[in-house]
Write a protein that binds this ligand. Structure first.
Ligand SMILES: [Zn+2]
Length: 510
């Protein structure tokens, strides 16, 4: 130790500073990680160690020059430790949606975050960073120390980079590195939004003078986990009672939200995927047809579909500070209040898009404890054959909750001339072909759940559309049906509508 102090004071300073701030800033990242048993603990400690190596690289870079260190380090510490506190308290995650909301936050909203615990946190961490600055000014670089520092940097950076790459951004998603990733994503989204697109709303108009269209984008619900399609458990009792027209043989070529959602919303289809990046969505055609359009989302929009969200007249995104993978409750029921608010407005023509978190992974955070009907539910994030049954129980409970919410939503619109389409963006795997969750393009993931509900007055007004729907329901239906079906269902005329892709048409061609 004495040897180190005498010959490598700078290296010692680097390691001690890194350790202290890695404990303060990194440990809260694991607070909400549900783990049981020694193996999970080992995993967390391993993860923390790699993250600490990333911290060492940051501290080293900041301390290359002592004057830079004096200014930059306290700033870094203040932001990172405040974020650490919010992570500890509310499982906050820094993402592009949050970066955007920071820009639009007013002073009053922001002051709500300035609490006593935050004040204490900042006092303590800034005090510690002052100590670090004092020590930094006592050391000068020597050639020997520089070599060691370079070696340390290369080793730590490689480990950090390797693990982060191996397990998709597992490091960069966490404080303080998340600021880098979120800003990068945010800028990418901005670039994406500024691109020119063909606006497919042009020339659209509707025959309807009053119609309510609700489109519910489900998440990761597979068709064969719904009893209307033959599942042995009753997971959607309300939807069955309401006589929805289920579509058991839906097919999506894409099995994760970022890809499948733009495919569903735009004119993209089996013949061409281009419109996801070059055209506006069906929302634009509704708007052009004087529908009032809304997006109520319980998922943070990502760059691939943010443009379409922005097409709406009004947008509500629930709890953007929570990641979609958060273990804290972020439930679709939070969308009911803004939904009711829209209904109060009593507009003659309205399109409401509800983006559910539904059956997204870490299922337990998507439904209230009272909906834990199928038991035992999962306790650990470990995905394995042993946990399979618990995973499925939690998953099916999430479906029960979606069913309950959809029932409330339909109850609100059933007296009107209205229709509701529910379409999950993809399914899910539970170990079939050795695959789990989604993005694997397995048959269970490519067969999402979907159904259509029609109000009595809609049925009376359009008996021929109902008849066509009934005759098309059992076909193998590509999720590209949505664009054309929803426009056709809303009696919208558009040069971009192809009725051969509408389930409401007798000419539908799968
Ligand atoms: Zn998804």
């Amino acid at each position: 130790m004495r040897y180190l102090v005498r010959h490598f004071p700078f290296i010692l300073f680097l390691i001690v500073t890194t350790l202290v701030f890695s404990i303060i800033i990194l440990v809260p990242n694991y607070k909400h990680y549900p783990f049981e048993g020694i193996s999970d603990l080992v995993l967390v400690i391993g993860h923390w160690s790699i993250a600490a190596m990333g911290m060492l690289c940051l501290v080293l870079l900041l301390s290359l020059n002592r004057y830079v260190f004096m200014v930059a380090f306290p700033l870094f510490v203040a932001v990172a430790s405040a974020t650490a506190l919010f992570t500890w308290q509310f499982d906050v995650s820094i993402n592009s949606a949050l970066i955007e909301s920071i820009f639009f936050t007013n002073a009053q909203e922001a002051s709500g975050f300035f609490t006593f615990p935050l004040l204490i946190t900042l006092l303590v961490t800034l005090g510690l960073s002052a100590v670090a600055i004092i020590f930094r000014f006592r050391f000068r670089w020597t050639r020997r120390q520089a070599y060691v520092a370079i070696l340390l940097f290369v080793a730590c950076y490689s480990a950090f980079w390797y693990v982060n790459r191996k397990r998709y951004n597992t490091m960069l998603q966490r404080n303080p590195f998340s600021y880098y990733l979120a800003t990068k994503e945010y800028l990418k989204e901005r670039r994406e939004l500024s691109k020119d697109r063909l606006m497919v709303g042009k020339g659209a108009y509707t025959d309807e003078d009053s119609l309510l269209v609700v489109f519910v984008i489900g998440e990761a619900l597979r068709a064969d986990h719904v009893q209307m399609n033959g599942y042995h458990r009753v997971t959607m009792p309300n939807m069955e009672r309401r006589g929805v027209v289920s579509l058991p043989h839906l097919f999506t070529p894409y099995t994760h939200t970022a890809q499948s959602l733009p495919y569903i919303l735009t004119r993209a289809g089996a013949d061409s995927i281009d419109p996801v990046a070059t055209e506006s969505s069906f929302i634009d055609a509704f708007k052009e047809s004087t529908f009032y359009t809304a997006w109520l989302g319980n998922q943070n929009p990502t760059k691939t579909y943010r443009f379409f969200v922005g097409e709406c007249d009004t947008v509500f995104v629930n709890k953007p500070q929570l990641s979609d993978y958060s273990v804290l409750k972020k439930m679709d029921s939070d969308l009911l209040e803004p939904f009711f608010g829209l209904m109060e407005q009593k507009r003659p023509r309205m399109l409401v898009n509800l983006h559910f978190i539904g059956n997204h992974w870490w299922y337990n955070s998507n439904y209230p404890d009272t909906f834990a009907i199928f038991k035992p539910i999962m306790h650990s994030k470990v995905i394995s054959e042993e946990n399979r049954e618990m995973m499925i129980n939690s998953y099916d409970n999430a479906t029960l909750f979606s069913d309950y919410l959809l029932d409330i939503i339909i109850g609100k619109i059933e007296q009107e001339n209205s229709l509701l389409i529910f379409l999950a963006d993809h399914g899910q795997s539970f170990g079939e072909q050795g695959k789990w969750l989604h993005t694997n393009n397995t048959p269970t993931e490519q067969n999402p759940a979907g159904f259509i509900w029609l109000s009595q007055s809609f049925r009376e007004k359009y008996p021929e559309k109902v008849e066509s729907l009934m005759s098309n329901r059992s076909k193998t239906i590509n999720t590209s049906f949505l664009f054309h079906t929803i426009l056709h269902g809303a009696a919208i005329h558009s040069p971009y509508l192809d009725v051969r892709q509408s389930l409401f048409s007798p000419d539908y061609q799968p």
